[in-house]
Design a binder for this molecule. Structure first.
Ligand code: 1GP
Length: 245
């Protein structure tokens, strides 16, 4: 798909969105295709693909598997420049703003610019902020984690993203986190920014998704949810809770 950002902006004007995250290390290409089809039918607006590890061949096969089953846009959510693929429609061109390492602020991004240009993937600038507990991405990304009770710090980072011209802000608690980003933090951040807010990590129930959407999340991301059972039923419930919080 061309014009992924335009597509997202138009859908955001109409309401809150859900995205499904798939990890190439945990899902075969066929299963990824199946889940993507289910996600499309359940009302997800895009398939995000990303993980902390993995190589480009595994990634290519997975994206082909997804494209065979759905025409939802595929947005890469890469932990580094090695996770780019010509089969993606867009890539979150993201900086882990609270990382203590230049590698995750601009280093991997710099390595990624040429492949992105060469493959013709649409970059969508996004400020990525990792909140406690943070999980693997917090560790690998050397994040100075935002304390769960420090909504002000999260807001400052979110404003930094906005003022730097990023199109989106993503508050991340870490994949599989025992607790999602606090509702109060989402509310405070949303009250202070004008760009759309993505929230992900540890969201497993429609209740949590609904609360976070109501607090101000514009886009809710779930990944671990689709690795379990009853994917169709659970995704439908989550999407419904987000649309009608
Ligand atoms: C991780 O925010 C995403 O980067 C999704 O997290 O796997 O916990 O849904 P979960």
């Amino acid at each position: 798909m061309n014009g992924v950002w335009d597509y997202l902006s138009k859908r955001l004007e109409k309401g809150k969105l859900h995205m499904t995250l798939l990890d190439p290390e945990k899902t075969t290409p066929d299963r990824a295709g199946e889940i993507a089809k289910i996600a499309h039918e359940a009302g997800s607006c895009a398939i995000m693909v990303g993980g902390s590890t993995g190589g480009s061949e595994v990634l290519d096969e997975m994206l082909k598997g997804i494209k065979r089953r759905t025409d939802l846009p595929i947005i890469l959510f890469p932990s580094g420049a090695s996770l780019l693929s010509r089969y993606a429609d867009a890539v979150y061109f993201m900086s882990l703003l609270n990382s203590q390492s230049p590698r995750y602020l601009v280093g991997e991004q710099l390595k990624g610019v040429l492949p992105i240009k060469k493959y013709g993937i649409e970059p969508i600038p996004m400020g990525y902020i990792v909140v406690e507990p943070g999980g693997k991405v917090g560790e690998i990304g050397e994040a100075d984690l935002i304390p769960r009770d420090d909504a002000e710090k999260a807001t400052n980072y979110a404003l930094l993203a906005q003022y730097m011209g990023m199109r989106l802000v993503y508050l991340e608690a870490g994949s599989g986190a025992a607790v999602h980003v606090p509702v109060e933090m989402v509310k405070t951040v949303k009250e202070n920014i004008e760009i759309p807010l993505i929230v992900g990590g540890g969201i497993r129930s429609p209740q949590s998704a609904g609360k976070l959407a109501k607090a101000g999340a514009d886009i809710i991301v779930t990944g671990t949810l689709v690795e379990g059972r009853d994917v169709e039923k659970r995704l439908k419930e989550v999407v419904k809770a987000i649309r009608d919080p």
